[in-house]
Design a binder for this molecule. Structure first.
Ligand code: ADP
Length: 204
């Protein structure tokens, strides 16, 4: 299964992607995590990325597209993958569609996590608190969240109609309890829980 997790910052895409990976073995590809890792490299590119991440703006489409194109060809993606944070622009969406077509595949579903904006501010504030001073993500504060939400509305949300037209969009109430959200996603994808084999050896 090839999935996209979609929704505003703080909607729970990362949490739910990690659960699906654990239960079904579809590889979670979090572009935010990949970029944060790269930004620590101390290289010129790393430092430039760090600045962009802190600002709440988007990293360039060229970088993101080549990052994903290389990543989905790795052997750990052969049983499927979950794009968590990609595509975020129309250009990324077109590029993804082209790269998958070339491989003779497509996106099976786009899971849209719907969460009220007030709740997003609460969650980001909590996430920063839980991380503790000095460890929180540089973009997890109310001011940068406002910018990230604007970017989401202006650049990312407009890609949805493309997938709606393909009939692959699943809307999920992201305000529900975490386990209920997982169950709703599984139901929308026709998944019925991990196989016995996987239960015995998760992370296979
Ligand atoms: P969230 O979903 O909470 O906003 P992420 O961890 O997915 O956070 O992303 C953090 C930051 O990484 C974004 O604000 C952006 O700067 C950058 N980023 C992640 N994915 C992309 C992408 N596909 N295109 C451009 N920038 C990206």
């Amino acid at each position: 299964m090839q999935l996209i997790m979609f929704g505003p910052p703080g909607a729970g895409k990362g949490t739910q992607s990690a659960r699906l990976e654990e239960r079904y073995g579809y590889k979670q590809l979090s572009t935010g995590d990949m970029l944060r890792e790269l930004s620590k490299s101390g290289t010129e590119l790393g430092n430039q990325l760090k600045e962009v991440l802190e600002s709440g703006q988007l990293v360039s489409d060229d970088i993101m597209v080549s990052m994903i194109e290389q990543r989905i060809q790795q052997p750990d993606c052969k049983d499927g993958f979950i794009l968590d944070g990609f595509p975020r622009t129309e250009a990324q969406t077109k590029a993804l569609d082209t790269m998958l077509s070339k491989r003779g595949t497509t996106i099976d579903a786009v899971v849209v996590m719907e969460v009220d904006e007030d709740e997003l501010f609460k969650r980001i504030e909590n996430r920063a608190k839980e991380a503790g001073e000095g460890n929180a993500r540089a973009d997890d504060n109310a001011e940068t969240l406002r910018k990230r939400l604007k970017v989401y509305h202006d650049e990312t949300a407009p890609v949805l109609p493309f997938y709606v037209a393909k009939g692959v969009v699943k809307r999920i109430d992201g305000m529900a309890q975490m386990d209920d959200v997982t169950a709703a996603i599984e139901a929308s994808l026709g998944l019925t829980g991990p196989s016995d084999e996987r239960k015995a050896a998760p992370g296979m």
